[in-house]
Design a protein around this ligand. Sequence first.
Ligand code: ADP
Length: 403
Amino acid sequence: MKILVLNAGSSSQKSCLYDVPDDRLPQQPPDPLWEAQIDWAPTVAEVKVKANGQELKQSIAYESRSPVMEQILNMLWSGATQVIADPSAIQVVGHRVVHGGQDYHDSVRVTAEVKAAIDRLSDLAPAHNPVNLEGIQAIEAILGDVPQVAVFDTAFHARIPDSAAIYPIPYAWSERGIRRYGFHGTSHRYCAQKTAQILGKDLKDLKIVTCHLGNGCSLAAIQGGRSVHTTMGFTPLDGLMMGSRSGSIDPSILLYMLREEGYTAEQLDQELNQASGLLGVSGVSNDMRLVTQAAEQGNPRAKLALEIYIHRLHALMGSIVAILNGIDALVFTAGVGENAADIRARACENFAYMGLKLDLEKNSSRPRNQVISTEDSTVEVLVIHTQEDWAIAQECWEILQEV
Ligand code: ADP
C-alpha cells in the first residue's frame, strides 16, 4: 500500500511516501520511498526532494502555496525522483492536523464534516489548522477522491480526566471550550508504544512520562496506554520553557503589559510565542546547540537560559511523577531529547531520590531507541526516535482496514 503523509506547519511542509505491505504493518518503521520538504520563505519556496538515492534542491517563487505543492507532488510520478507510475498508485493520504478539539479522540477519514470541524477549530490554532485544511484541499484538487485521513495532535489527550483538562476559571469559560487540549499527541503515543515494545511489556501495565523536547516542548503522563495529563494546554504555549515560547507564566504578566506598557494582544502573542524561551532569555538563539555553545563560552544569559530550562523541566517532571504516583519509564524524544545528553543527564539528576539511575556511558553514546538507565535503576529511562510521519502512516493503514 502506498501511503502519502503530509505534515504541514506554519512555515514548512514535509511530505513522504511509504510503501507497506497490504496485509500487515512492519514492526520497524521502513524508510520512505520519497521525501520532500518545502520551507515557505515570504515569496520563495525552498524545496528539497529525496528519492532514488538523489536529493534535488529548488527555489520556487510563489504567490499561493497550492501550485507549488502540485509541482512537488508531480515529482512523485515524473523526473529523476519518480517512484510511482501515476497518481492513482497512492491509496491513501494522511495529514497531521494540529487541532481536533474535544470531538476527535482518534484519527478519522476526512469527510465534509471533518473539514468543517478543522475549519471551525482554526480559531484555536490559527497558525496551523488553516494550512492543514489547505493541504487536504490541495490533495483533493490533485488526486481527486483518494481517501484522506486526519491525524490530530490533540487526539491522544482528548480523554484526559476533567481534573487535568478543566482550568480553575469561571465555569462558563470552560463551557466555551477553554480547556487543556494538549499537543504533540502523535509523538507521545508513538513513544509510549515503542517503549512497551522495547521493554517487552504490555503498555497497559506501564506508567510512563514522555518528554518531547524539540523546538516545542511538552511532557505527557501516560498510564495504561492513555494520556492522563500533559503540559501543553489550551494552546501549545503552556507548560515547559521552549525554543522561542515562554511556557507557563503568571497570567497577570500579560495584564500588566496590556495595561501599563500599552502592548496589544498581537504583540503579546508574538513576543510570547516567538521572542521568549531559550531565545528570549539568552538573546542568542532558539536552538539548544547554539545556546549550549554560548553558555560553554561563558555567556551569562545563555547559562541562565539553560538553568531556567532545567528548573522548569524538573518542576513539571516532578509534578507528572506525582500525578502518576510513581513511574516505570521516562522517555526522551525529539531534537533536544534525542540528541542532548547533558540535558538528559541534568533532567534525571533530581530523580535519583526515587532510585532512578542513568548509565552515563549509554547516555553519552548517541543512543537511539534504547534504554539508557542502569540495570538496578527503579525507572527505565529511554531515548526514542520519534517518527510522527510513520505514526501517521500507521493510522492511515489501520483506518483503511476498517473500510
Ligand atoms: P520541532 O519541534 O521543530 O520538530 P525538533 O524536534 O527537530 O523540532 O528539535 C529541534 C531542536 O533540537 C533544535 O532547535 C535544537 O535546539 C535541538 N537539537 C538538535 N540537535 C541537537 C543536538 N545535537 N544537541 C542539542 N540540541 C539539539
